[in-house]
Design a binder for this molecule. Structure first.
Ligand SMILES: NC(=O)c1ccc[n+]([C@@H]2O[C@H](COP(=O)([O-])OP(=O)(O)OC[C@H]3O[C@@H](n4cnc5c(N)ncnc54)[C@H](OP(=O)(O)O)[C@@H]3O)[C@@H](O)[C@H]2O)c1
Length: 115
């Protein structure tokens, strides 16, 4: 499948797994939307790709932030072809190493809100 000029959003692509996924799409000719809660980090990451990119800020737990983000993508490229919903709750020793019955509602909610 050709990815040339496909508009691809990879959430949480400023670093980690999302960054590597975004890089692969970029190498295959896609237009990649690099995003995270930090515009600065998204811009720094996007500069590492050779193809067309757009660095944006988005917090996936915040509906108004997501709407603003989608508007910005549509304004620039008028379409979204692929969404990689990679952003997830970060690794947190104090939460992930607990047994399910040891976690609090608050901790579970934090994870679910991002995931
Ligand atoms: N690494 C592993 O071994 C592993 C294993 C299993 C599952 N996972 C899951 O895979 C996903 C990526 O893992 P990773 O290791 O690449 O994580 P990472 O290095 O911590 O990167 C997470 C990315 O998501 C962004 N992000 C976090 N919260 C966000 C939010 N609310 N809205 C928008 N962006 C957000 C981060 O940027 P900002 O913080 O600046 O927003 C960053 O760009 C996570 O869901 C993780 O739980 C990872």
């Amino acid at each position: 499948m050709s990815l040339l000029d496909r508009v691809v959003i990879v959430t949480g692509s400023s670093k980690g797994i999302g960054f590597e996924i975004a890089k692969l799409f970029s190498e295959r000719g896609a237009i990649v939307i690099v995003c995270s809660r930090s515009l600065g980090q998204s811009k720094t990451a996007a500069k590492k790709f050779r193809g067309t990119t757009l660095a944006l800020e988005v917090d996936v737990t915040d509906e108004s932030s997501v709407k603003k983000f989608v508007k910005a993508v549509m304004k620039s490229f008028q379409k979204i072809d692929i969404l990689v919903n990679n952003a997830g709750y970060p690794y947190d020793d104090t939460i992930w190493n607990k047994k399910i019955h040891e976690g609090s509602d608050d901790e579970l909610e934090k994870i679910i809100n991002v995931d």
